[in-house]
Design a protein around this ligand. Sequence first.
Ligand SMILES: [Fe+2]
Ligand SMILES: [Fe+2]
Length: 430
Amino acid sequence: MSSLDRRRFLGTSLGGLAAGLSLGHFSFDSAVFGEEAVSNTDRTNPAAAGFAPDTLFLSMQKDPTSSIAIQWVGPESTADETIQYATLENPVWQIGKTITRPYTDTDLKVHRCELSGLKAGTEYRFSIGKSVKSYRFRTMPAKATDTIQFVSGGDCGIDQHAINTNILAAKQEPYFALIAGDLAYDNGKSPDTFTKFLKNYSQNMIDVEGRLIPMLTCIGNHEVNGGYKTKRSDSPQYLGLFDHFYAEKTYGVVDIGDYLSVVLLDTDHIEPIGGEQTDWLRRTLSDRQERPHLIAVNHVPAYPSYRPSEGVNGKTGTGEEQRRHWSPLFERYNVDVVLEHHDHTFKRSHPLVNGMKDKNGVLYLGDGSWGKLRIPKTPEDRPYLAVVSAAYHMTVHRLEGEQRFHMAIEESGKVADVCMTTNKRPARRG
Ligand SMILES: [Fe+2]
Ligand SMILES: [Fe+2]
């Protein structure tokens, strides 16, 4: 990164951060329009004028330039739960149908409304049923003519560190938050834990303009009961909320406008790494060589910063299977960056080809310390690592033309690392 680019990125991002800090804790109530504080009864009763579910959040289902899903967890109800929505500019209200689905092992339901046919790059507001409360969100632009910013991380949990990182993330005004596994640590069997994660997200993940920040996720070992090689039924809470994206398989791709593709993978929690998923990955990357930004995301790291990368006594090393099946594809198809987590540190690898430093190689960023922490191994121990730190963090990604800036920000607001990646796909020229 040139010193000018670096200064500009740091200046604008930290300026936003400082502005956000001066606002203090951004409250959910201040994100909605013209309403008084409401009672807890109103929050849970869909027939009440002040109904405001405390788990309300947005998730991506397809291209977020034209669609979004509104979801919350709450009691089953016969009250009106339709979503009324309109652009901020033109209050011609449209109606979206809300469906309910099981929230397994509880008396609660997942309530979901999928909006499609939205205008790209547009500010919207919506309300639920007869409630006077309204909320804001924005669709992503169809073209990346301006800077596009999103945040990423993994391994959240529900304690104060996770909340602090939520607040830090929201202050960056991202278009979306990409959380790549180990969201709540419900382990497929603690719905209350998952609900608490959603409550935190709902309360914290609102930007300074009052817009709800959509969530995009991939699966991790703590989304399932058993960690690895499980079945879809072992992930009732996670798949209860995200089966609109992962309808059949727990891997998928979201293509955003004509500029960004995010490939989301399952590191053997439900779908095996080799075989069908790897074949799909090969096709998916091959088909997206024209995209200016191509990012892969998985939970267990190919290049771990804490766990052993090589197996001992017949045990498989962490990331061995990804390095065998996926890293050659990331290299062959020039993936811009791989986001991976699970080890609870901050890490940036060197650009790597076959595990060796190579200026034309693939960068791996991680390692999942949104709300969980370990002490990383050093670059001296693991030569594939360029930078590590033991700090709660999330990363801001800024897309500018055919390059990307990646800035890791620690819970304290300190910048742990800034780096840049550029498009190396030869097909993308002219
Ligand atoms: Fe974790
Ligand atoms: Fe994990």
